[in-house]
Design a protein around this ligand. Structure first.
Ligand SMILES: Cc1cc2nc3c(=O)[nH]c(=O)nc-3n(C[C@H](O)[C@H](O)[C@H](O)COP(=O)(O)OP(=O)(O)OC[C@H]3O[C@@H](n4cnc5c(N)ncnc54)[C@H](O)[C@@H]3O)c2cc1C
Length: 462
């Protein structure tokens, strides 16, 4: 598309939406930025939308100009860069909590932090993940597995309704009683390229104080800690969602001095029932082997970011993962070898195995597009990738690890723990075959030209 053609109707668009930013304009670089700094995208135009009507105008403009539409809230989970596309920024930020019905309305673009803080004023909690800096809607569209997951399920399972703008600019309500097929698709279909979600209504849960944190053991104990954790979680209550992590703290000033440049094996988690019972569960670890550092304590759930302490400032990060059906001693050895430094700087920042199951596994395939709910463990591998070469090395390294632990991997992936091109390549493995075909049929009906083609790879069924 030539500049002249694009700018023909730009004044009309400017009169309909909050902000339109073109290449060369002073705000362009900030507007095209993503939280994950490994993405460098050059959209034809950036449109900041503050209402469903503005989204509708932006989508109609893209159709008129034959531009693809890429949707972004924070850029924590970018798949394809929005090169030459209309980059639609969702800035419909806002939260309304209803303490009577234990529900919240959340505008698209709102980060979990705002929802968490508002809900906690009423002793309620949303199903956010390890970082409250992530966009609530984007997280939920991909499933959404957080520290309350085993007790209350995935975030996508707690959605009561979505509002969505389709490719024609129509504003639609999605719920079990209204457009149920699209409602099904949006619950874990990663947005599925079916439209732009403008808000959602979600269920909240009565969680105020939790027993949560981390136990840090030395890296030499990695095998026995991981093996004990895999055994221990077999019969822990659903109030406990936990993980075992091999962490290589970078030698950076943002890391506390006592941790800088050091590696640990960590048991982390959150118990959302009676605090005393949570303490008893963690006491069993303290009695087994005294940790080097013990950061488990009772805390207001509003501080749940303390559990993972994910970075908030933008960084170039590689994220990949896989569902695991079991954890064998051979798999533990391989994960340790691929994660702990082997004489040079480590490729991975951390490898984390989260315990799934519980309420996650009790939702039927007809209720949500999210698949593979029966797997007990989710492996996530994260690395810092400041250059394309580092990204390439990260992908090769993690592929090598996956190959070594193949007997434990069913071949299925969790889409929120993948980024970039790899997320698109592995999209079919995120869904059961039946659900993937169903999503492709919906795509054919809703967006046959694949205008929303920058998220997951769900092409229209021909
Ligand atoms: C530090 C960190 C911690 C994380 N912790 C967890 C965790 O604990 N559990 C977990 O499950 N995931 C976790 N994630 C993954 C995260 O949930 C995904 O990256 C998620 O997609 C981010 O959503 P976003 O809207 O912030 O990002 P964006 O990059 O803006 O969007 C992500 C994807 O969702 C689509 N999308 C976003 N908004 C809309 C919309 N309104 N309509 C249609 N499509 C939309 C985008 O097109 C894009 O494909 C984490 C990621 C990071 C970087």
């Amino acid at each position: 598309m030539s500049e002249a053609t694009l700018t023909d109707d730009i004044d009309l668009l400017r009169s309909q939406v909050s902000e339109v930013i073109l290449p060369g304009e002073p705000a362009y670089d900030a507007a095209r930025a993503t939280w994950n700094l490994s993405v460098d995208q050059h959209p034809a135009v950036v449109v900041v939308t503050r209402s469903p009507e503005e989204v509708s105008a932006a989508v109609r403009f893209a159709e008129l100009k034959n531009l693809g539409v890429a949707v972004q809230a924070t850029g924590h989970g970018t798949k394809l860069p929005a090169d030459n596309a209309l980059l639609l920024i969702t800035a419909m930020r806002g939260v309304r909590v209803d303490p009577e019905t234990h529900t919240a309305w959340v505008g698209a673009g709102t980060k979990w932090k705002a929802v968490l803080e508002e809900a906690q004023k009423h002793g309620l909690a949303p199903l956010l993940g390890s970082s409250s800096d992530v966009g609530a809607v984007g997280f939920t569209l991909g499933g959404g597995m957080g520290w309350l997951a085993r007790k209350y399920g995935l975030a996508c399972d707690s959605v009561l309704s979505f509002e969505m703008v389709d490719i024609t600019g129509r504003i639609m309500q999605l719920s079990p009683g209204s457009n149920p097929a699209l409602f099904w698709a949006m619950r874990g279909g990663g947005g599925a390229g079916l439209g732009v979600v403008t808000s959602m209504e979600i269920q909240l849960y009565p969680v105020s104080t939790v027993y949560a944190g981390n136990l840090l053991y030395p890296p030499e104990m990695a095998h026995e800690v991981m093996a004990r954790w895999a055994e221990w979680v077999q019969d822990v209550p659903e109030e406990l969602t936990s993980a075992v992590v091999i962490m290589n703290f970078p030698p950076l000033p943002i890391v506390p001095p006592e941790l800088q440049g050091k590696s640990f094996v960590m048991v982390r988690g959150c118990y959302c029932g009676d605090v005393g019972r949570g303490e008893e569960l963690i006491d069993s670890w303290r009695a087994w082997r005294r940790p080097l550092m013990d950061f488990f304590h009772d805390m207001p759930f509003v501080q749940s970011d303390m559990i993972s302490q994910d970075p908030v400032d933008p960084i170039p990060v590689g994220i990949t993962g896989a569902w695991m059906r079991e954890i064998t001693h051979e798999a533990i050895d391989a994960i340790i070898r691929y994660t702990l430094p082997q004489g040079g700087p480590p490729t991975l920042l951390f490898a984390e195995i989260r315990h799934a199951g519980g309420a996650i596994s009790r939702v039927g395939a007809d209720e949500a597009a999210f698949s593979h709910r029966h797997h007990p463990f989710s492996l996530e591998m994260v690395g810092i990738i400041p250059t394309p070469e580092a990204h390439e090395h990260f992908l090769e390294h993690t592929e090598g690890l996956r190959a070594e632990i193949a007997p434990c991997l069913p071949g299925d992936v969790y889409i929120n723990f993948l980024e970039g091109e790899e997320a698109r390549r592995r999209t079919p493995s995120a869904f059961s075959n039946e659900s993937y075909q169903r999503l492709k049929r919906l795509k054919a009906a809703m967006d046959p030209e694949n205008t929303f083609r920058y998220g997951l790879d769900i092409p229209p069924l021909i």
